[in-house]
Design a protein around this ligand. Structure first.
Ligand SMILES: Nc1ncnc2c1ncn2[C@@H]1O[C@H](COP(=O)(O)OP(=O)(O)O)[C@@H](O)[C@H]1O
Ligand SMILES: [Mg+2]
Length: 248
């Protein structure tokens, strides 16, 4: 089986070599746990170490903000973008464009080997609203009718949109990371409560403070088609995500 290496040493080891190719992996955690950093690192390592093109679909940070974040870690995202190895696509969730249509176009044009969707949470929330008028993709009415006779609650529609979105992304056949926001005190693995079941893997990211010391840890909660580490692995975010040696 081919594997998509993250380029993060301890993580690849914990994955028995890397993410099984074509897997869709949910990166779930609270604010500031390092979800966007992990996505950036995955694509940047892909481009610079493994000669694989990466598409970053962002709904939260603009191209400029992502470049600033990368630069803070010493990564030249701008250069990789100019070389055509990484494409940053900001999707304005307040705008009216059809998301699926646009990423299909981006995919056909750019042909990436890696994709990051950051974040699934803002995206599905906004698809509820922005694509309501677009009959070519996620028409709210169409979706609602397709799930009938289930009551057309917002929640059912949101979940249906999510299924459809993940199904379409799966058809690309490309290893994909998707972030999901976890709010404190919630015991589910994703904000929506379903994506952990339809994705092939789940990375759970934790964060806590002891006095002035910040602690980060992650867990591979699920990863289809491979053996993997089950325990909690501590990491730091200084030069990007680095797993601590004690995990080995
Ligand atoms: N350029 C940077 N340099 C140093 N630390 C950073 C940088 N960018 C982010 N961080 C640290 O990483 C943390 C997580 O950032 P981020 O990956 O954006 O989190 P999330 O996407 O989970 O909200 C930040 O709160 C900060 O402590
Ligand atoms: Mg983020």
């Amino acid at each position: 089986m081919n594997r998509s290496q993250t380029g993060i040493e301890g993580l690849d080891k914990a994955l028995n070599g890397g993410i099984p190719e074509k897997n869709i992996v949910l990166v779930s955690g609270g604010a500031g746990t390092g979800k966007s950093t992990l996505c950036l690192q995955y694509l940047i390592n892909g481009a610079s170490k493994f000669n694989e093109k990466g598409l970053y679909i962002s709904t939260e940070q603009s191209d400029k903000e992502l470049k600033k974040q990368a630069a803070g870690f010493g990564w030249d995202l701008e250069k990789l973008e100019k070389e055509g190895k990484i494409k940053l696509a900001y999707f304005d969730v307040t705008g009216g464009d059809s998301f699926m249509k646009r990423i299909q176009e981006l995919f056909d044009e750019f042909k990436p080997q890696r994709i990051a969707v950051d974040s699934l949470t803002t995206l599905t929330d906004s698809l509820m609203i922005s694509d309501m008028t677009d009959e070519t993709s996620f028409s709210l009415v169409q979706v609602a009718e397709s799930v009938s006779p289930i009551p057309r609650t917002e929640q059912v529609i949101a979940k249906t949109i999510l299924y459809k979105l993940i199904k379409e992304i799966r058809e690309f056949g490309v290893t994909t990371l998707m972030t999901s926001e976890l709010f404190e005190g919630i015991t589910r693995l994703s904000a929506d409560g379903v994506s952990e079941f339809i994705t092939d893997g789940v990375f759970l990211l934790y964060y806590w403070e002891i006095g002035e010391v910040e602690e980060h840890a992650m867990k591979i909660r699920k990863m289809r088609y491979t053996k993997h580490e089950k325990g909690v692995m501590r990491y730091s975010i200084e030069n990007g995500i680095t797993l601590k040696k004690e995990n080995e």
